[in-house]
Design a protein around this ligand. Structure first.
Ligand SMILES: Nc1nc2c(ncn2[C@@H]2O[C@H](COP(=O)(O)OP(=O)(O)O)[C@@H](O)[C@H]2O)c(=O)[nH]1
Ligand SMILES: [Mg+2]
Length: 269
């Protein structure tokens, strides 16, 4: 939550500690020690931080309620994230029919606006609940636990085993909000550039699996898969990586196996 200066370890940085007299002894630096500029003029006061902590505290309470409700029914839940266009919906159009005989699947489809993705996923054998974040939720760039709870309320939970939440396309905010999921997955398309794990570490660090999509485009791009893997390793060592072409279904089996491992685990693990 960079604009509020909340750090990955959960601490919140308050600029008032440095004073606002323009005389800063320590200028902000990034991990490699490079001066990243004086951003002390940004008003990030105690009050704002308290509001933020209340919001996140409220979110975590609702996420815990979601998790308890889902676990009680034996439902396992995956939070699927990515930047816009990486291929989440395409992957789901293949995933739902492939697993529909093994699991009763529900989809919570998060989009800022439109029912375009939800429409694509209907009639594939899953229950689909659309959550538009611009309809009463302020056009948020992510799903939070309350929005997911609203989506869950429109699914027949007693008739479900596995819920996949397609989060709003964004590489920053969705990683910061626990929605009550059992596991987090992301789709990353090779058209996005191999350095993205370094630029968006919170997202790449938050996930349990990275589905590397659009592998069919490899011959057409200047993309170094090894460089990507080492960027990813730098922020999330040992994370599962599955290469797929969601368009054709190549590599899908390993993704389906990963989903089975989540779906078959005991509730609460
Ligand atoms: N070449 C290629 N295009 C893909 C692949 N998967 C998705 N796409 C395309 O990428 C675009 C965005 O896909 P979509 O599933 O809507 O991404 P989302 O925004 O993450 O849900 C669409 O035009 C898809 O057809 C793939 O494996 N290869
Ligand atoms: Mg989509």
């Amino acid at each position: 939550m960079g604009r509020f200066h909340r750090h990955a370890d959960g601490t919140v940085h308050n600029h008032d500690e440095h004073g606002h007299d323009g005389h800063h002894h320590t200028r902000p630096r990034n991990r490699s020690g490079r001066d990243v500029g004086d951003h002390s003029g940004y008003e990030t006061g105690t009050e704002r931080i308290m509001v933020l902590e209340q919001i996140l505290g409220e979110n975590d309470r609702t996420a815990a309620a979601n998790r308890t409700d889902l676990a009680r029914r034996g439902i396992r839940t995956v939070n699927l994230m990515s930047s816009p266009g990486a291929g989440k919906t395409t992957l789901l159009t293949r995933t739902i029919p492939a697993l529909a005989e093994e699991y009763r699947i529900g989809i919570v489809e998060g989009d800022i606006a439109t029912s375009l993705d939800a429409d694509q996923l209907s009639d594939l054998g899953a229950q689909v609940a659309l959550v538009n974040t611009d309809a009463g939720f302020g056009g948020e760039c992510h799903l939070d636990a309350t929005m997911v709870r609203a989506g869950l309320g429109r699914l027949d939970l007693d008739a479900l085993d596995l819920i996949i939440i397609e989060n709003v396309g964004n590489l920053v905010c969705p990683a910061e909000f626990d929605v009550g999921q059992d596991a987090r997955a992301m789709v990353y398309a090779i058209t996005e550039g191999e350095e993205k794990p370094l630029k968006y570490p919170a997202m790449f660090r938050a996930v349990d699996v990275v589905v590397v999509n659009k592998i069919d485009l490899l011959p057409h791009l200047r993309f170094d898969l090894h460089a990507f893997r080492s960027s990813l390793d730098a922020v999330n060592p040992g994370v599962a990586v599955i290469e797929v072409c969601a368009e054709t279904g190549a590599g899908l089996d390993l993704w389906l196996d990963w989903l089975r491992s989540v779906a078959n685990a005991s509730p609460g693990t």
